[in-house]
Ligand binder design. Sequence first.
Ligand SMILES: Cc1cc2nc3c(=O)[nH]c(=O)nc-3n(C[C@H](O)[C@H](O)[C@H](O)COP(=O)(O)OP(=O)(O)OC[C@H]3O[C@@H](n4cnc5c(N)ncnc54)[C@H](O)[C@@H]3O)c2cc1C
Length: 287
Amino acid sequence: MKPAPFEYVKAVSVADAVALLTEHRGDARLLAGGQSLVPMLNMRLLRPSVVIDVNGLADALGEIALQGDAVAVGALVRYAEIERSSLVAERVPLLRHVVAYIGDRQVRNRGTVGGAVAHADPTGEIALVTLALGAIMRAEGPDGVRDIHAEAFFLGPYTTALAPDEMLTHVIFPPAAPAFRFFERGRKHNDFAVLSLAVVGRPEPDGTWRDIRIALGGVHDRPVLAAAAARALEGRRWDDALVRDAALLALEDCDPPDDFRASAEYRRHLVPVHVRRMLSALAGGHE
Ligand SMILES: Cc1cc2nc3c(=O)[nH]c(=O)nc-3n(C[C@H](O)[C@H](O)[C@H](O)COP(=O)(O)OP(=O)(O)OC[C@H]3O[C@@H](n4cnc5c(N)ncnc54)[C@H](O)[C@@H]3O)c2cc1C
């Protein structure tokens, strides 16, 4: 299929992009890597009257930089640049790790961190990692800049807290607990995940674990934190029984969908099995 007709405009600055969004409030879309937007236009799932190309804004939005002890990733940073960044490898290794699970080389060469987060696919790896690491989304709109915590950013399938006249400019990763494990189950590589899972924590010298975060994808209408499970593990020494019970608690924070990829029942089966395995792997220091 071909898209419905639209006007194509190139933004020359972030302020210009925001002014264009404001002018066409709700009827314009930003074009970043185009890896999700273009198929949606072609399938006529979206019919904006204006498409605003922000690819010329790499000077403002294409950097990965230290901001204090946080890592600020510009919205236009491509997945391939995440793969190559030594700063990301050193400071946000989970982000780098998950990029290998996204699409193929072409998708990773074009797709952007900002586009992935704004697209808010409930199965998307980058959205999951922003939750797991407690990232902050920086948005710019007609009233200025505001920061939105990942927990408050994803509102539903393909729906975020961004207003129609706001654009995402940066995703900021504060220092996070150093140990992580990631797991993904899909029908095949490149398909939407049936379950994705990131667990993060800090092992203390006394054998306890702190700063536990467990993020789940593909099992709710948005990526979610398994908060009850994390609370059960926080500040404690883990044994098999505790880990098994905490993994079951992960079901409290998700309501898996039923679709042609997997039944809700199958997804509910997968959640505690894989949360337990990933927690055990984290504690045991193995895959
Ligand atoms: C074959 C294929 C396989 C894929 N596999 C995966 C996968 O395994 N995992 C995965 O997570 N994704 C996958 N994707 C999607 C891919 O990751 C997209 O790149 C990503 O979802 C969107 O990033 P983008 O830069 O291409 O954004 P675009 O497609 O340009 O935009 C996506 C949406 O975000 C909005 N947007 C973009 N930038 C901003 C901004 N700065 N501020 C506000 N709104 C903005 C756009 O208006 C649009 O609504 C796949 C895509 C393809 C084609």
